[in-house]
Design a protein around this ligand. Structure first.
Ligand SMILES: [Fe+2]
Length: 293
């Protein structure tokens, strides 16, 4: 099956920004966009192009690992829904929230992210509790965990609660899938000092052990903004981890991208194939890096 992974769109729309938002944490994101990330507004057009290119690949399923927004504004989520419209199909499209989608306390209390994306998390089941659990192909289960929480100031730590792990365990015992994929926003690997001090995934070691015990074969994350892939092994169990780069962020150190993953659920031990597509500003399009030479 073909699976496409995208992440960290950080779409910009100030339409629903109100004066009172400047007395909240949203003022930090606004200042960052205004003074450090003036090009961020171009992210919308790059995201729309990525959606076109992803659709042309005819994947069986598409997954976004969070951070659709910058400050969890309704206008940003409206824009995200508009960008996702060409591929909007709860049977073939899934999402998890990122820390920016839970950026402000009011949006978390109002479940604003879930209001806009509910059917992409829980499908037609009408669920409300994480993880969302979807069967995305015969014998293939996708667990959509929430690793993000509202935290004050510049803090953006992630964690996956034991309650979510227990719910996943019960669901998997009933489903008995041949291949299980886990998705959440925060990366499982160590990053630079600042990211470690303010926005790392907490209790990584325990989470890795929990996922291996659940029988997870593939973990898909975001948050880092850079593509990374690595195996996690313990006591004869193993799983592959793929962290999606940002699909829209363009800096001197980073090109926007998305990842095509091909796997055979009937042969879980068979190595998965990974292709990274990167946006090249000089041609204004995404190219398959594996064939770029
Ligand atoms: Fe993030």
């Amino acid at each position: 099956m073909k699976l496409v992974l995208l992440s960290d769109l950080h779409l910009v729309s100030f339409e629903s920004l109100r004066t009172r938002d400047f007395f909240t944490k949203r003022s930090l994101a606004w200042m960052n966009l205004r003074f450090n990330r003036k090009d961020a507004v171009k992210g919308g057009s790059i995201a729309r192009l990525a959606i076109q290119r992803v659709k042309a690949l005819q994947p069986d399923h598409i997954l976004f690992t969070g951070d659709f927004s910058n400050m969890a504004l309704p206008s940003e989520f409206e824009l995200a829904r508009d960008v996702l419209a060409p591929i909007w199909d709860p049977a073939r499209l899934s999402v998890v929230p990122g820390n920016h989608d839970y950026y402000a306390l009011d949006s978390v209390k109002a479940h604003t992210f879930e209001h806009y994306f509910r059917e992409l998390i829980w499908g037609a089941s009408g669920g409300t509790a994480y993880p969302g659990i979807k069967t995305i192909a015969p014998n293939v289960a996708l667990l959509l965990f929430r690793s993000t929480h509202y935290l004050p100031g510049i803090l953006s730590f992630g964690w996956v609660s034991n309650t979510q792990i227990k719910r996943a365990k019960s669901a998997l015992q009933a489903l008995k899938p041949a291949f299980t994929i886990a998705a959440f926003h925060h990366n499982l690997h160590r990053r630079g000092l600042m990211s470690e001090l303010t926005g790392r995934m907490l209790k990584r070691k325990q989470l890795k052990a929990n996922l291996l015990n659940l029988g997870v074969k593939l973990v898909l994350t975001g948050h880092d903004h850079h593509h990374l892939e690595y195996p996690v092994q313990k006591k004869g169990q193993s799983m592959d981890v793929i962290c999606s780069g940002s699909t829209t962020l363009t800096t001197s150190k980073h090109l926007p991208g998305f990842t095509l993953i091909e796997l055979d659920p009937k042969q879980p031990e068979k190595p998965i194939k990974i292709k990274v597509f990167s946006y090249r500003p000089e041609i204004g399009d995404f190219i398959d890096e594996t064939n770029a030479g």
